[in-house]
Write a protein that binds this ligand. Structure first.
Ligand SMILES: Cc1cc2nc3c(=O)[nH]c(=O)nc-3n(C[C@H](O)[C@H](O)[C@H](O)COP(=O)(O)OP(=O)(O)OC[C@H]3O[C@@H](n4cnc5c(N)ncnc54)[C@H](O)[C@@H]3O)c2cc1C
Length: 349
């Protein structure tokens, strides 16, 4: 069998790159072994404002310009809904935070997202003595449903293979690669934290961060916006909410932990005062990089081996633009932005 591309890993990175290939009529085959689940458990929020300091997220406006039409097209293609417009209410802890919000909301990059006046409305079950700052034009992608649908779609076309990809069985030639009788011009690795097992790219400095989330049922918490305080509370509909997430830089397992659950509950109970029931507890490992930028490019020695990784805490916004950039480099020789190119780590190779 001969294809243009082999793809390893179908989380948000793999999905964004294969969508790019489909849009350009390239043939491909995907390997996915369910060894990682960051994209499956993600909160899925897109929000161009850092809610700790009220500063813009790196390149957020450019990212959203590509990401929003990307998810829209997938909704049409797969005939399902993934993109939910959700406002975010940030609970203030002090008068100083209210003032900082007010100043930030006037800045050019932030004014189309931050509503400048402070919201003092009371909501049942939410403790917010200093009121809320509201973010608009934000939302949530149902990444789990999107990936499930996309995987089914590829399965029906017979181009999703589920076994584990074995790196030592890959044959590399000058202008092609071969894996189990499948010949391809190029291979693109999109394994998230699975990168650590990849002998070609594991020199790159990933500083992965485990994250845990709870799903709760809280019938008395009747909100249709996302709430941000010590943790996020995201409305899923029918009184279900996702609560998260933790950041653990030491634990590399993807299993939910008692410690993570307790941390989430302590934080949640600091601002939610209505009863709730825990429905689900999940965890995943974010593929975060030392300098908090994606990993895009080709291997220093083998031009036919490429990588799309390092989406960190914001895969929803970054994956589509990073995939486009990798495609444009591989197919049109358009240079990759230095900030995301893996060339910045060549001295580590
Ligand atoms: C708790 C939590 C909450 C988050 N919330 C948000 C959020 O609200 N908004 C946001 O934008 N981002 C969020 N993120 C981050 C986001 O999930 C990541 O940026 C993104 O999912 C990374 O996608 P990826 O495709 O690079 O990696 P992954 O999702 O890990 O996908 C990699 C895929 O490769 C497969 N794979 C690996 N090795 C192999 C192999 N050898 N053979 C075959 N297949 C292989 C894995 O099974 C996996 O499916 C969150 C992450 C976590 C953990």
């Amino acid at each position: 069998m001969q294809v243009d591309y082999i793809i390893v890993g179908l989380g948000l990175a793999g999905l964004a790159f294969t969508k790019e290939l489909e849009d350009n009529n390239k043939s491909f085959i995907v390997y996915e072994d369910n060894s990682q689940n960051s994209s499956m458990v993600a909160g899925g929020m897109y929000n161009p404002v850092i809610l700790k300091r009220f500063t813009p997220v790196w390149n957020a406006v450019e990212q959203l310009k590509v990401a929003l039409p990307f998810y829209k097209t997938l909704e049409t293609k797969l005939n399902n809904k993934y993109d939910y417009s959700v406002a975010i209410y940030r609970i203030f802890k002090s008068v100083e935070e209210q003032n900082n919000w007010f100043i930030a909301s006037d800045k050019p990059l932030l004014s189309s997202y931050m509503v400048s006046n402070i919201i003092h409305k009371k909501f049942e079950g939410i403790s917010a003595n200093y009121g809320f700052g509201k973010l608009k034009n934000t939302g949530r992608i149902d990444t789990k449903l999107l990936l499930k649908d996309y995987r089914n779609y590829l399965r029906k076309k017979d181009i999703l293979i589920t076994p584990n990809f074995k790196y030592d069985e890959l044959k590399i030639y000058n202008n092609s690669v071969e894996y189990h009788q499948i010949k391809a011009s190029k291979i693109v690795f999109c394994e998230g934290f699975g990168l650590k097992e990849n002998p070609y790219f594991n020199y790159l400095p990933m500083q992965e961060a485990k994250g845990e989330l709870l799903t709760i049922h809280a019938p008395k918490l009747s909100i249709d916006f996302a709430l941000k305080a010590a943790v996020f509370v995201l409305p899923l509909g029918n009184d279900y909410y996702k609560v998260g997430a933790t950041f653990n830089w030491k634990d590399k397992t993807k299993q939910p932990s008692e410690e993570g659950k307790q941390e989430l509950l302590d934080k949640l109970n600091s601002f939610i005062t209505v009863p709730y029931e825990i429905i689900e507890h999940t965890a995943g490992i974010r593929p975060t990089v030392k300098d908090r930028r994606p990993l895009v490019g080709t291997h220093p020695k083998h031009q036919n081996l490429a990588i799309l990784n390092g989406l960190g805490t914001r895969g929803v916004m970054i994956a589509p633009i990073a995939a486009k950039s990798l495609y444009n480099y591989l197919e049109k020789n358009i240079e990759i932005d230095k900030e995301i190119s893996i060339d910045r780590f060549e001295q580590l190779f």
